[in-house]
Design a protein around this ligand. Structure first.
Ligand code: SF4
Length: 329
């Protein structure tokens, strides 16, 4: 009997969503022989999606730098000297010009990120105008603005917001080593407000921060045990930025990254799993394995907030080589 057959947990049901994943089950998935894990993940992917389709999002920083939070991976924190200059919130028209350009190059979703702890009232009005303008272009909208109250989430919903990104980042027990200016429960509360407002949740995390296998297990188990699986699950590889506390973190083995994608796919079968930050330093072979493991979304465009991302031409060549195409809305 193979290790996979002997695993002490019920089968995933290949595609049926469960919300009661235990850490032992998630740990056992990570421990599968690589080929067994990939086979299971690819099977779940095929039961829920066309495996040749990749959802393409573009991310624009609408308010860069100067953030009061201390996320140890983030070059936009005002607490670290990373050379990122604090800027004001962009004007609505400039954001809409960027959205038009993103649409023209194939993006179906336009994500806007602001380096705030949480949005101020007057800024929220401007952001709502951005959402309305991007929706009018026929694109899906996504925002990441930090923590939200229930009222703020409702106002964003009324402006037409489709997705709100708020990552859990890592496992609850490792969280305090990465961020001290807010707690895990704050994150869960914001996700609850977003869900209650009827906005789709985009929530995932970052690996390669020194969390170890148990940190990755805890992160996926927590995401997969939320009352609803996030509709979108970004899995980021840490981008080491000079000046941040994680600038010299030990690099994660690319196959451990692929395993994280595969386990996310199995535990959240109907969610779109995004191969997110860190692609700039990833080989084409690693990215191909991520798509095989069930990743079906990427950020497209040369920059991810303040860190580099593969250029558009490069991505189109890669998708073409792999026989993948952009997912229609
Ligand atoms: S990740 Fe977000 S909240 Fe944390 S420091 Fe960066 S911009 Fe601020």
């Amino acid at each position: 009997m193979s290790l996979a057959q002997a695993l002490p947990f019920p089968d995933t049901g290949l595609g049926q969503a469960r919300h009661d994943w235990t850490r032992a089950e998630v740990r056992a998935l990570f421990a599968l022989p690589f080929s067994d894990l990939m086979f299971r993940a690819a099977s779940v992917h095929r039961q829920n999606f066309d495996p040749t389709e990749v959802q393409i999002s573009t991310l624009l920083s609408i308010k860069t730098g100067g953030c009061p939070e201390d996320c140890a991976y983030c070059p936009q924190s005002a607490q670290y000297d990373t050379g990122v200059k604090a800027e004001k919130l962009m004007e609505v028209e400039k954001v809409l010009a960027e959205a038009r350009a993103a649409k023209a190059s194939g993006a179906s979703r336009f994500c806007m990120g602001a380096a705030w702890r949480s949005p101020k009232e007057r800024d929220l009005e401007t952001v709502c105008a951005m959402v309305e303008g991007v929706k009018a272009l026929g694109m899906e909208t996504c925002l990441t603005l930090g923590m939200l109250t229930g009222d703020q989430a409702l106002r964003l919903k009324q402006s037409g917001l489709d997705y709100y990104n708020h990552n859990l980042d890592t496992a609850p027990e490792f969280y305090g080593s990465i961020i001290t200016t807010r707690c895990y429960q704050d994150r869960l509360d914001t996700l609850e407000h977003v869900r209650a407002a009827g906005i789709n949740v985009c929530s995932g995390g970052i690996v390669g921060m020194g969390e170890g296998l148990e940190g990755r297990v805890g992160m996926i188990a927590t995401l997969a045990s939320l009352p609803e699986h996030p509709q979108s699950v970004p899995i980021n590889m840490l981008v080491q930025v000079e000046g941040t506390p994680l600038a010299n973190a030990a690099k994660l083995d690319p196959l451990d990254f692929v395993r994280t994608i595969a386990v996310a796919r199995i535990c959240m079968p109907a969610s779109v799993v995004r191969l997110s930050a860190g692609r700039e330093d990833m080989s084409e072979e690693t990215q191909a394995l991520c798509f095989l493991a069930g990743a079906n979304s990427i950020f497209y465009g040369p920059k991810l907030l303040t860190t580099p991302n593969p250029g558009r031409d490069h991505d189109m060549v890669l998708l073409d080589k792999l026989g993948l195409r952009a997912m229609e809305r």
